[in-house]
Design a protein around this ligand. Structure first.
Ligand code: XMP
Ligand code: MG
Length: 183
């Protein structure tokens, strides 16, 4: 079935061109920061980070490996459950490596806080966070991303990897989901 965007999206918050431009800038900062450090491991958090991870990785000019983890904190909806469960773990040993967690969005901060701590315990040399989107208003745990693409207002957004009930990840922009879709 064809998506009827008018029924789903209230407003395009960030278009594809702005996303790509900002991600190139972020990649530039990463290239500089990790230039003289140990081996870099980009860890994308599934599934929301896929588009951001791909665009970021294409612009990273350092030796690095790409890994993915799947954790769950949201139970099929728009409210955080507060639990982080590891569904798919890393495939490699990160001891002594520089880990960069690649997230789609930081909301309450619970997911990343728990994840960061567990990766530090495994012996990573450093664990830093890059997020495409940040909703600072919703924070419950004090955690700041080391690099952030865009601060956004407290609206539920979809597209560019982000979903509502697994849908709309494929949209090439970030859009505000119409309230009537989930209310
Ligand atoms: P916490 O609350 O732990 O959760 O920071 C971050 C995760 O929550 C999901 N999330 C969203 N997903 N639109 C989405 O599609 C949103 O507006 C949104 N806010 C939070 C997301 O999976 C993120 O990794
Ligand atoms: Mg996520």
């Amino acid at each position: 079935m064809k998506i009827d965007l008018e029924d789903v999206i209230d407003q395009v918050l960030i278009d594809e061109e702005s996303l790509n431009k900002r991600i190139k800038q972020l990649a530039g900062q990463i290239n500089e920061y990790y230039l003289d450090k140990n081996e870099l491991v980009l860890v994308g958090i599934l599934k929301g980070s896929i588009m951001f991870m791909a665009e970021l990785a294409k612009n990273i000019k350092l030796d690095c490996t790409l890994e993915f983890m799947d954790v769950s904190s949201y139970e099929n909806g728009t409210q955080s459950s507060g639990n982080v469960k590891i569904i798919k773990d890393l495939d490699t040993d990160i001891t002594g490596k520089e880990v960069l967690l690649v997230e789609d969005i930081i909301d309450t901060g619970r997911t990343l806080d728990a994840l960061k701590e567990s990766l530090i315990k495994r012996g990573a040399n450093s664990v830093k966070i890059i997020t495409l989107l940040d909703k600072p208003e919703r924070r419950e745990i004090e955690i700041k991303p080391d690099w952030s693409g865009f601060k956004i207002p407290n609206e539920f957004v979809v597209g560019y990897g982000l979903d509502y009930m697994q849908m709309y990840r494929n949209l090439p922009f970030i859009g505000v989901l119409k309230r009537e879709v989930y209310e």
